[in-house]
Structures are given as C-alpha cells and as structure tokens.
Write a protein that binds this ligand. Structure first.
Ligand code: SAH
Length: 226
C-alpha cells in the first residue's frame, strides 16, 4: 500500500518531540503511520476531543507518553491489550509499534464506540482487522480479555478510580508492563506497573492526568446528552 506522509501529522509530531514527549524513533514512526484524521474531527491539535457517550479521544501528547512508556516492552509479535479502545487510534498505533506483527486486542464497553473504532480502523488500516492483527471486542475491560492472555503490555485508556482490577494484573505477562491512569480529580496519575519475571510487581507514578473513569456503561452514560 502506498504510504504518503501527511505534513500536518509531521508538524504535530515535531511539536511533541520539541516538548520532550516523543523521544524514541519507534514511537515517532508508529504515530506517523496513523493519521489522526481517521479518528477525530479536529485531528492535529494537541487536545482531547469529545467522541460522544461522555468520553474523549485522548490528546496526542497523552498517546505519545503511553507509547513511550510501553516501547521497551513491545517486542515484535507480542500480544497487547488496549482497554477502553474508543476511537481505535491507540489500538492501531500499538500495532504499528510491532510493524503490524503480533496481536492487539482492543476492548470497549460501549457497543457503538466499538463499532466506531472498527469503522475508523477500516478507513486506512483494514488489513489489521482482516488479518486479525487487531481484534476489537465489546465487553467490560475491567475483566481484561482472558482468551489471549497473558499480554506483554496492557494499556488502559480509562482511570481506575479506587483499585486496579485484579484481572488486569493477572493477565499481564511476566516481564510485561501495564500503563494505567489511577485516582480521581486532581489526584490522578499515570502508573507504570511492571511484573517482574518472579511475579513481583513494581509501581511507578508518572505525570498527572484527567482520564474518564474505568466504569460500567450505566454510570458512564448517566446524564449523557451528546
Ligand atoms: N483510548 C481511546 C479512548 C479513551 S476514552 C482513545 O484515545 O480514543 C476511555 C474509553 O474507555 C472510552 O471509550 C470508554 O467508553 C471506555 N471504557 C470505560 N470503562 C470501560 C470498561 N469498563 N470497559 C471497557 N471500556 C471502558
């Protein structure tokens, strides 16, 4: 397939390099291959944007940070779980980190968003769905997705407000990393949770963030008017 470089994507990524968000070539290359115009209406601004159902697509710098944290743990052909896959943007970017090898499972609890994610991915990356390099499932990401566990990497795009679901910890492979926002309000941070080869877990707190909660569809849609 012919791959054309989009100037707007290049400028956006250059600004993320200047800001110190992107430091790794593999992250830059992966993000350059996934044009945000397939996933959101105002694709080249560094802000989160509403996608309906009371949730947002994360800002490009948030996606960049997540990929940077996961990069050392992503080896070609490995299995990755993307909880709260939403628009599908990061699901594709994770696959691109492996040059389309391996498997990325995206799990999303709003059926319509799961469909939206599929439609978005079909625009320019249909091969990933057709060849089952990406599988999008409709379900509760708090339970992980047992069928393809363990995962070398788990990314969670919604915040664990009180505790990290045990199922996600159980489904993380030895030598793997989970990137997950934890906490509420002004007290919410990205955590990297590493599972050592002996099963011991280490937690490192990163930057402050504002993610929507990892919750049930009922709670998420409460008061929904978009
Ligand atoms: N990573 C995506 C979406 C981030 S918004 C992107 O950047 O486009 C968080 C997503 O998590 C939303 O799509 C929301 O519907 C989903 N979500 C929240 N709780 C969930 C749960 N328990 N299981 C699966 N998905 C969940």
């Amino acid at each position: 397939m012919l791959f054309t470089v989009n100037d707007s994507m290049t400028s956006l990524l250059e600004s993320l390099i200047k800001a110190g968000v992107i430091t790794k070539k593999r992250v830059y290359d992966a993000m350059l291959k996934v044009d945000r115009k397939d996933f959101t209406q105002n694709p080249y601004v560094d802000h989160s944007q509403c996608i309906g159902y009371n949730v947002v697509i994360s800002a490009p710098h948030i996606h960049g940070h997540a990929l940077e944290f996961l990069e050392p743990f992503i080896s070609p052909g490995c299995r990755i779980l993307d909880v709260g896959s939403g628009t599908g943007y990061l699901t594709v970017a994770l696959s691109k980190m492996m040059n389309d090898s391996g498997l990325v499972v995206g799990i999303e609890h709003i059926k319509e968003l799961c469909e939206l994610g599929k439609q978005n991915i079909m625009k320019s990356h249909s091969n990933l769905l057709n060849e089952k390099k990406i599988i999008l499932v409709h379900g509760d990401g708090r339970k992980g997705y047992e069928q393809y566990a363990p995962y070398k990497c788990i990314h969670c795009g919604a915040a664990a407000e009180t505790q990290i679901p045990q199922e996600l910890i159980d489904q993380l492979d030895y030598g793997g990393r989970m990137v997950i926002p934890c906490g509420t309000g002004n007290n919410q941070y990205i955590y990297c949770i590493d599972k050592q080869l002996d099963g011991k877990l280490t937690y490192s707190q990163k930057h402050s963030v504002f993610f929507v909660p990892l919750t049930s569809p009922e709670i998420q849609l409460m008061g929904n008017n978009n």
